[in-house]
Design a protein around this ligand. Structure first.
Ligand code: NAG
Ligand code: NAG
Length: 315
């Protein structure tokens, strides 16, 4: 890896790494009565996801058992959710989240929106292939079975993962030239789902000049429900993925109850990708630090892990 590709994550690989030694530590932490949750927490958060996969393999070799299975047997609640999420390879984790969102009665649209609006085209392709392999089903068919209308249309376009590159000549998003969304939703959805992000940013600027409104304002005004959430997520990710996740984290923690599932999903999936940028965007957008916002949460273990994922020890 070149220096230019330096990760913007907060979780880094451990320099002094021995997968077998780590597997032994985890085995010891789970042996006998009671579980040393502190030891598990410290070790798992101090390794990169790739290293955790090596630990899983070493554990299998040394003890002939599946590490995730053993962890699930010893842990419970949000702590279990977090540790298992951290132990799962990124693409498999996305696949599991999407499958959970679709399966059974009802659909968790929030997960579909977040994952499909924010992942890069190659990641979407990998997710589709892994989903097919894991469940022997087509992700697109499953998504279509649970959704409808323009919401479904845009999800299907995002699943094509065929965004164009570069900037096209034609910038007019609204040929009619007025600020009303809804005159040509079909082409609106195609453009949002299939143009490059640099092209879209130019379109948003042109839209602002033409109508006097930010595109987000028009979407807010003219649409509703999960279509609105998806359109906004795609627009926000085209502008800035870290800013989108900073806002997602903020919303998951503000108000009465915390949306733990969203909080955990975002912290885990971004910890090695762009958490440094998310932290900066969070401070810029909400005038407080992500760390201080997480610190006031109540689940002790969950809070510990989330803070460590931010690279802030709170023991
Ligand atoms: C890794 O740890 C194992 C178990 O503690 C030990 O036997 C082995 O020598 C270590 N390997 C290296 C390269 O230090
Ligand atoms: C998206 O763009 C690609 C590349 O230009 C094209 O092949 C594909 O048909 C487009 N998809 C949709 C849904 O318009």
């Amino acid at each position: 890896f070149s220096m230019l590709q330096a990760s913007r994550g907060t979780v880094k690989p451990s320099g002094n790494f021995n997968a077998s030694a780590d597997a032994e530590v985890l085995h010891k932490a789970m042996k006998g009565l009671g579980t040393d949750e502190g030891a598990i927490l410290q070790l798992v958060t101090a390794r990169s996801n790739a290293q955790r996969q090596e630990i899983k393999a070493a554990y299998k070799t040394l003890f002939g058992k599946d590490l995730i299975h053993d962890l699930k047997g010893e842990l419970s609640g949000k702590f279990e959710t977090l540790i298992v999420a951290l132990m799962t390879p990124p693409i498999s984790y996305d696949v599991t989240c999407l499958h959970d969102a679709i399966k059974g009665a009802g659909t968790n649209e929030k997960v579909l929106v977040e994952v499909l609006a924010s992942r890069k085209p190659q990641q979407v392709k990998d997710i589709i292939a892994a989903y097919q392999k894991e469940y022997d089903r087509s992700l697109e068919a499953d998504v279509c079975g649970d959704t409808s209308g323009h919401f479904q249309r845009l999800l299907v376009i995002l699943l094509q993962a065929s965004r164009q590159t570069g900037i096209q000549q034609e910038l007019a998003l609204f040929k009619a030239g007025e600020q009303k969304f809804g005159t040509d939703e079909q082409s609106f959805v195609t453009i949002l789902g299939n143009r490059s992000t640099e092209h879209l940013r130019k379109v948003f600027d042109a839209y602002m000049k033409l109508s006097g409104y930010q595109i987000e304002e028009s979407i807010q005004r003219e649409t509703s429900g999960c279509l609105r959430d998806l359109l906004l997520a795609v627009v926000k990710c085209a502008r800035s993925v870290p800013a989108y996740f900073a806002e997602t984290l903020y919303k998951s923690m503000k108000g009465a109850g915390t949306d733990d599932n969203t909080l955990i999903r975002v912290m885990v999936t971004r910890s090695e990708v762009d958490m440094l940028d998310i932290r900066a965007e969070f401070r810029r957008l909400f005038a407080c630090s992500l760390h201080s916002t997480i610190k006031v949460l109540t689940h002790t273990h969950t809070k510990c892990i989330l803070c460590i994922l931010l690279c802030i020890e709170i023991f």
